[in-house]
Design a protein around this ligand. Structure first.
Ligand SMILES: NC(=O)c1ccc[n+]([C@@H]2O[C@H](COP(=O)([O-])OP(=O)(O)OC[C@H]3O[C@@H](n4cnc5c(N)ncnc54)[C@H](O)[C@@H]3O)[C@@H](O)[C@H]2O)c1
Length: 380
């Protein structure tokens, strides 16, 4: 069960794809993409003879993490031991669909538009992953856009969840950038959020709003303060931390790149694989032990740029390592220098959030999961 709240949500919201012990599939309404049988013993639960829905929404579903999460949910077909009966993917442009053993609805719209967000979180939605955001350097470059998407967007999501009246679980992706302290900091679990950039401030404000909304029972939030997730596939993005992925990804693509910070600069990082595990755990965990404090610092890893490059050499050889040079960039450095280099993350470990794998495994994971697609995307 999804812990910490009433699991018996009534399902009277029209046809959908359902599965129970006696019915392999009852096909549903229209939007399913490539429904494929799933094997195993997972069952859609019944309450008073009615099939319980397990509807999920991913806002920011076309992004790096949103897409990986959707792919994983489609592969598992279940969350927290319960069969998923519908997934809505929402982004600025409607995300591409994907094959799944449940209907997938793909919607385009602005997360700051209350009507668009309400449509993306239909009645019966139990879990909302709120990943839609303007990332760090972009929010720093355009204050108004950052406020609109990162703050007003989160307010619209809060309102849509509240309107359901069923207190859905909400996983909000906050960030290491919501903290200050810089290189010397090892942030304790109860460390204060004193952001050094607008993106971090917008994330911290969002967290506070969701703490209060959880206390009121409007929703049931878990705010994950994500480390810098590496290795990001595709192209460099507008996050100030984009270089953390670039110093591994570009050499693996056979390309040269420059690191904008010194090699003793420490970053708090995690892998996409670990991040998805944390998302799934946050969605299914019992939130009662969180009490009022809905903020989680997941167990990432603190590594210097030099250590990352040494792991790259170990996995991909000296030629790959030698493709990384250094060219100090004050604009990037001024944003990332305020971010803490390490966290204690004791509470998250106690709450069952999985440990981060070693740097060499992170690089290997990128090679296995994303290198070929990145090469294809970039015509390499
Ligand atoms: N990737 C990281 O290293 C990292 C670290 C800390 C926190 N986070 C947070 O995790 C979340 C996901 O990160 P990601 O790396 O997948 O980012 P991403 O940029 O790949 O995905 C974010 C998605 O949000 C969408 N979006 C932006 N503005 C929108 C709007 N107005 N309406 C609807 N959708 C909009 C974008 O189109 C994009 O697809 C974000 O909230 C980010 O702030 C990421």
């Amino acid at each position: 069960m999804i812990g910490g709240r009433n699991d018996l949500i009534k399902s009277d919201d029209g046809p959908d794809m359902m599965r129970d012990a006696s019915t392999q599939y009852v096909a549903g309404s229209g939007t399913a993409a490539g429904i494929a049988p799933i094997s195993g013993t997972r069952q859609t639960l019944r309450c008073n003879g009615r099939v319980q829905r397990m509807r999920i929404t991913i806002l920011g579903g076309a992004g790096f993490l949103g897409r990986k999460l959707a792919t994983r949910l489609a592969k598992d077909g279940a969350l927290g031991g319960r069969a998923i009966t519908g997934l809505t993917l929402f982004d600025l442009n409607a995300p591409a669909s994907l094959p799944a053993p449940f209907p997938v609805t793909c919607l385009g719209g602005d997360v700051a538009d209350p009507a668009a967000v309400a449509a993306a979180i239909p009645a019966g939605t139990e879990v909302v992953f709120h990943l839609a955001a303007v990332v760090s350097a972009a929010a720093e470059a355009d204050f108004d856009l950052g406020m609109e998407v990162n703050l007003h967007g989160t307010l619209a999501v809060l309102a849509a969840c509240r309107a359901l009246g069923t207190s859905p679980r909400m996983i909000f992706t906050s960030s290491v950038a919501s903290f200050g302290g810089g290189q010397d900091a090892v942030v304790p679990d109860d460390g204060r959020q004193i952001p050094t950039n607008s993106y971090g401030a917008q994330k911290a404000i969002g967290e506070l709003l969701l703490h209060d909304a959880s206390r009121r029972g409007f929703l049931d939030a878990v705010n994950l303060r994500l480390p810098t997730v590496m290795v990001r596939p595709g192209r460099p993005n507008k996050a100030a931390s984009s270089f953390v992925s670039a110093i591994v990804r570009e050499p693996l693509l056979g390309l040269e790149t420059h690191c904008p910070v010194p090699d003793d600069f420490a970053v708090w990082i995690c892998s996409p694989r670990a991040t998805i595990e944390w998302f799934l755990h946050a969605a299914a965990m019992d939130t009662a032990p969180l009490g009022l404090d809905r903020g989680i610092n997941p167990p990432g890893r603190s590594l210097s740029v030099a250590k990352i490059l040494s792991a790259l050499k170990q996995v991909a050889g000296k030629a790959a390592r030698d493709k990384v040079g250094f060219a100090f960039d004050k604009e990037v450095f001024d944003i990332v220098k305020g971010w803490p280099g390490a966290f204690a993350a004791t509470r998250a470990r106690r709450l069952g959030f999985k440990e981060q794998e070693a740097m060499e495994e992170i690089i290997q994971g990128f090679i296995e999961d994303d290198l070929a697609a990145t090469k294809a995307e970039r015509g390499l």
